[in-house]
Write a protein that binds this ligand. Structure first.
Ligand code: 2P0
Length: 326
């Protein structure tokens, strides 16, 4: 008997960032994080467990890491008590591995599709904890809108804070370089924790920022959310820069974009920047201002493209034949 399921999930960007793991196995974060899920960055994944397969057959359009997917399937097989190999077909509608959180949407979609295809029914918390094993940020993409990764416990998972319709925001993504990054997040975090004299201070910063961010979100205060998100991002990059050798994900255009966003703000437009483990800049603003922000960012020399996103929903199942053309 064939067991198949397909799922869709969106990437997320963190307002309070995740950058560092606990020691030991299980991919557990050293601290919590808070994110928004973006409807414009989507992964769709179909998993089919097939007794006729001798090995997992992984087809990731746009690249990706097959070994990580197989290791994740092993976790699902262990939970389900099965040994069946699977065909996995997945596609993203945005560049993979370039600091646009493709591992977040990818592993969130895979967690939902693979568990259902294996006959497991996990609640959102259990699904989020499982997605974390694939990629820490994927735990947050199980939820839509605003979500918080809770770091405590043996098997940490994210929790929802606000659904997307409760506070619509826009994120304008300025793509500087769509190529895959040289140092992945897992290695970048390890290097930062091992060598940066500012790593401890970074974790202290996150501990202080989490409750403040929760309050700012509850109050729907864009200025407070944006200022804190931008500061938290710069503190994370500060810890990376201080690693030895320094970890620099930015390109000159990244800095030009940050400058442009500060210029818009000086002109009275409330827009705030965040940058992840790549050169892309994401600008957070009110949806009514998104076109103006996108036009300003697109005019910065070196910007390849911009993409505007609203907030998206959490991981959900879709018809398996959606992936037939993938
Ligand atoms: C974040 N990032 O909070 C931070 C900010 C990148 C910079 O979560 O090792 O790919 O797979 O658990 O989830 C990227 O880290 O790392 C990330 P792993 P992941 O969004």
């Amino acid at each position: 008997m064939e067991h198949v399921c397909a799922a869709r999930a969106h990437a997320n960007i963190a307002l309070v960032k995740y950058w560092g793991k606990r020691d030991g196995p299980g991919n557990r974060p050293a601290a919590g994080s808070i994110s928004i899920t973006l409807d414009a960055l989507t992964s769709e994944t179909r998993v089919r467990f097939d007794p006729g397969l001798a090995a997992d057959d992984i087809r990731l359009a746009g690249g990706g890491n097959d070994a990580r997917v197989v290791a994740f399937l092993d976790l699902v097989r262990e939970r389900a008590g099965i040994d069946t190999r699977a065909e996995v077909v997945s596609r993203n509608d945005f560049p993979t591995g370039a600091g646009l959180a493709s591992s977040a949407s990818g592993f969130a979609a895979l967690a939902l599709a693979a568990t259902r295809a294996a006959g497991l029914t996990f609640d959102d918390a259990a699904l989020s904890a499982l997605a974390r094993r694939g990629s820490g940020s994927a735990a947050r993409s199980i939820f839509g809108g605003f979500a918080e990764m809770r770091a405590e416990g043996e098997d940490p998972h994210a929790v929802p804070l606000l659904p997307p319709e409760d506070w619509p925001l826009a994120v304008v993504i300025a793509i500087v370089d769509a190529g895959a990054k040289e140092i992945g997040s897992t290695e970048g975090m390890r290097h930062t924790a091992a060598t940066s004299p500012y790593y401890r201070a970074w974790l202290d910063t996150v501990a202080a920022d989490l409750p403040t961010m929760r309050e700012a979100i509850a109050a729907r205060d864009l200025t407070a959310v944006g200022e804190l998100a931008e500061s938290n991002c710069l503190a994370m990059h500060g810890a990376m820069l201080a690693a030895r050798p320094g970890l620099i994900y930015w390109r000159p255009t990244t800095l030009a974009l940050l400058d442009t966003i500060r210029g818009l703000r000086a002109d009275g437009l409330p827009v705030y920047a965040t940058v992840d483990a790549g050169p892309q800049v994401k600008a957070i603003c009110d949806p009514a201002d998104a076109d103006r922000v996108a036009a300003a960012l697109a005019s910065v020399p070196g910007v390849a493209a911009t993409r505007t996103s609203g907030l998206g929903r959490g991981a959900h199942t879709i018809e398996p034949d959606t992936l037939d053309s993938a």
